[in-house]
Design a protein around this ligand. Sequence first.
Ligand SMILES: C[S@@+](CC[C@H](N)C(=O)[O-])C[C@H]1O[C@@H](n2cnc3c(N)ncnc32)[C@H](O)[C@@H]1O
Length: 244
Amino acid sequence: MQAIFENGILYNGDALAILKDLSSESVDTVLTDPPYSSGGVHLSARQTAPSAKYQGSNTKRTYPPMLGDHKDQRSFTMWATLWLGECWRLAKPGAPCMVFSDWRQLPAMTDAVQAAGWSWKGIVVWHKPSARPMLGAFRRDTEFVIHAVKGQAKAHTRQCFPGVFKHSVNTAQKVHLTGKPVDLVKDLLAVSQPGGMVLDPFMGGGTTALACLETERRFTGVEISTEYAALATERIRRAEEALK
Ligand SMILES: C[S@@+](CC[C@H](N)C(=O)[O-])C[C@H]1O[C@@H](n2cnc3c(N)ncnc32)[C@H](O)[C@@H]1O
């Protein structure tokens, strides 16, 4: 199943299966936020429901279940290498790749990015001041974006950007359990080809699509959950109307 928009397309299906059918060297940027399969050292902790892993116990709001978030460490790295390899094939030479990760999965994800053929360029930090405090420990108020390039990087702007972006999670705006702020994704897209095609194989609630709409880029998205694909579709349609 697929939904078509003025500036993009959203497929409802498994990223690996969908990406295999897309044309090589057809996207200008890869920007994605895959399931982290994080939340603990042992398999049992990882296989806890994502709502329990990623939400405070006093949070009342509920979201549809997030799928594909239960892999053990080795299969997570192998799986990430497979889809990142497909993304590499789909990317044009010089395309940037930006992949979200948390602190626990950062080593696995930087391995997978490089094993898939990308040249690793660095890490961007997302500072989220609204993260819950940790009694007697350091607050886990950062997530990371691995920045890589297919071959030689191409500069699309003469602007210079910071390595740390501060954005609070906007609960009112969020439709996904682990939804990212649209403004954060817009900040990241600033290094990408203006008007270019952005690929997000794990679209969730459609944040990348909204950031593309607001920055006049195009998108190709994939989401395996029918519920989240429907929520993203509705959210993108509303954003399209608001921009008219
Ligand atoms: C971390 S969330 C993305 C959230 C998104 N960035 C947002 O702001 O709404 C990852 C998404 O990937 C989806 N997913 C998991 N496995 C998948 C697969 N094999 N193919 C496509 N989507 C998948 C999950 O259902 C989830 O919605």
